[in-house]
Design a protein around this ligand. Structure first.
Ligand SMILES: *[C@@H]1O[C@H](CO)[C@@H](O)[C@H](O)[C@H]1NC(C)=O
Length: 225
């Protein structure tokens, strides 16, 4: 089951959900801000793709947990946002996820037909941002008890009210940043000090809305913790 971090140490705020505010471009961390959007913009899946550790995620993988990591370098974040930023993450996983930032759990859910937006405020830019996801694929339906599709999908918005800048990126092909994925989640896979240099790149499976997941996943709803 899940190795849970200290949820209670994370202060997250509710986000009002607004439909159709998502910009369609500007997917590169460190690119031009989103001045014309409501501030801060709200993440959704319109530019996101499902990813997994291999293309087998589309057709079927055995039940089990895989780990994913993405590190955002200090200079990128600091130059864009100043000393801190607010980060919102829209996320869903088939079947379940634990979402970590800098070694701490801040979101968890088992239901790939649901998606959520998690927000963590005033994250310092003086250290790299290490996002980690533990994704668990459970045994499949009656006709597929041992293997079934598995994937994660997420979109991120980082913003700073002081610089009035916001950046958007998703799981998906370049120019989105490259996630790493490991089939067996090592101990402390979510740690900031974990060396993931030999982890392979995660594989982009299919854009949001395409098979096998289609569009059952609704616009992410906010959750408060
Ligand atoms: C984060 O959001 C809170 C609440 O809206 C705001 O007070 C704070 O200034 C924001 N921090 C940054 C770095 O934008």
């Amino acid at each position: 089951m899940f190795g849970l971090g200290a949820v209670s140490t994370i202060v997250a705020l509710c986000f009002a959900v607004v439909v159709n505010t998502m910009p369609s471009s500007d997917a590169t961390i460190g690119s031009v801000g989103l001045a014309a959007q409501a501030f801060p913009p709200i993440p959704d899946f319109s530019a996101a793709s499902w990813i997994w550790t291999s293309t087998n995620g589309l057709t079927g993988v055995p039940p089990g947990a895989s780990a994913f990591r993405l590190t955002v370098p200090v200079d990128t974040a600091f130059n864009t946002f100043g000393p801190s930023a607010n980060i919102s993450v829209a996320i869903s996983a088939d079947d379940a996820y634990n979402l970590y930032l800098n070694g701490k759990l801040f979101g968890s859910r088992r239901d790939f037909l649901q998606s959520n937006i998690w927000t963590i405020n005033n994250v310092p830019t003086t250290q790299p941002w290490v996002f980690a996801i533990l994704a668990t694929n459970y045994a499949g339906a009656l006709n597929s008890p041992t293997a079934n599709p598995a994937g994660i999908i997420a979109s991120f918005v980082a913003s700073s009210s002081s610089t009035q800048k916001a950046e958007f990126w998703s799981t998906g092909p370049a120019p989105n940043p490259q996630w790493k994925g490991a089939n067996l989640a090592p101990n402390h896979f979510y740690s900031t000090t974990m060396d993931d240099s030999d982890w392979p790149a995660a594989v982009v499976l299919t854009p949001f809305g395409d098979a096998p997941w289609g569009r059952p996943v609704p616009v992410p709803a906010s959750l408060c913790v």
